[in-house]
Design a protein around this ligand. Structure first.
Ligand code: ZN
Length: 306
């Protein structure tokens, strides 16, 4: 039932985008150190997702690969338009809106796709299930060819992709997804590419049901990253570590709303949870992801058996 509702929304969203409009927004590239820019490259339809193009003097590094065929092809063109070689693609976490477009984005550049081992394991394990589930939602916009990490990196590794392109690795583990990680671009103004550890004032997906671990991950990141660190996130505009407190509150509210619902009627309970969450965050952005997460969390909390 929920899936059907969601699918209908996707179709409406795609139609509203129109065939002549780009499926992406290239944003503005900000200079973070000498000769190094970070560009937030956003898929805009049927829902917002970010990839990032980090351009150094001699090469480019991509973080994440978007979902749809159109958006990931545009991302590939934007990388090519830099005129510089793609040195690597870094994958923050194993959700389809971040890895499915990688094949189109990386193209035949031969660039390695790197992730921590936990992300690599989950993306390979879950791809056939995602193919069936998400592929059905997106139809021709679901990339038929999907690629996985070609090599793995570890917590504390320092990855050097040429001048201005040095990243350090934080292996987060289960949080928003079954396995999250962060890549920190070093330099005068460091940037942490944090995947979906926080949503930029949008509703959140939590159907992987690791919310306690997610809260612990937030505590770790707040403790370890400087408070003026800018986090480049998977959905929405950049944040600082302070904003992670809002994400923690969102998760608390979500659990409280699920506990408060009357689960004798699961459909009504789901609607009531979403109504409550929209009172807390009165906007629709990514609400379908929160809606998909209500029942899995009710199950984990022991409120329904299904
Ligand atoms: Zn995401």
């Amino acid at each position: 039932m929920t899936i059907q509702t969601t699918r209908r929304r996707f179709v409406i969203g795609a139609m509203a985008g129109g065939s002549t409009l780009l499926a992406t927004s290239a944003g503005t590239a900000e200079t973070v150190s000498d000769g190094v820019t970070v560009r937030r490259f956003a898929q805009t339809t049927p829902f917002p997702v970010n990839a990032y193009i980090v351009e150094g003097p001699e090469g480019v590094v991509l973080i994440d690969g978007l979902l749809t065929v159109s958006a990931s092809q545009e991302l590939g063109k934007a990388i090519a338009a830099t005129g510089k070689p793609l040195r690597a693609a870094l994958l923050t976490h194993p959700h389809p809106d971040h890895y499915a477009g990688l094949a189109n984005a990386v193209g035949n550049s031969g660039a390695p796709i790197l992730s921590v081992a936990g992300v690599n394991d989950v993306v390979r394990r879950d791809d056939s299930a995602k193919d069936a589930q998400i592929g059905a939602m997106f139809g021709p916009e679901w990339p038929v060819t999907r690629v996985f990490p070609s090599d793995t990196v570890r917590e504390g590794d320092s990855l050097d992709f040429g001048p201005g392109l040095r990243f350090s690795v934080m292996d987060i583990g289960p949080a928003e997804s079954h396995h999250d990680s962060i890549f920190v671009l070093e330099g005068r103004q460091p940037r942490a590419f944090a995947g979906d550890l926080a949503y930029g004032l949008m509703h959140a997906y939590s159907a992987d049901t690791h919310n306690q671990d997610w809260q612990k991950a937030i505590d770790r990141v707040v403790a370890e990253l400087p408070e003026d660190m800018i986090l480049m996130i998977g959905h929405g505009t950049p944040i600082t570590t302070g904003f992670l407190g809002w994400q923690a509150i969102y998760l608390d509210k979500f659990e409280a709303a699920i506990r408060a619902a009357d689960w004798s009627d699961p459909e009504l309970a789901t609607a009531n949870v979403m109504e409550s969450m929209k009172t807390f965050l009165p906007r629709d952005d990514l609400a379908f992801l929160a809606e998909l997460s209500v029942r899995p969390n009710a199950r984990i909390l022991g409120l329904i058996q299904e």
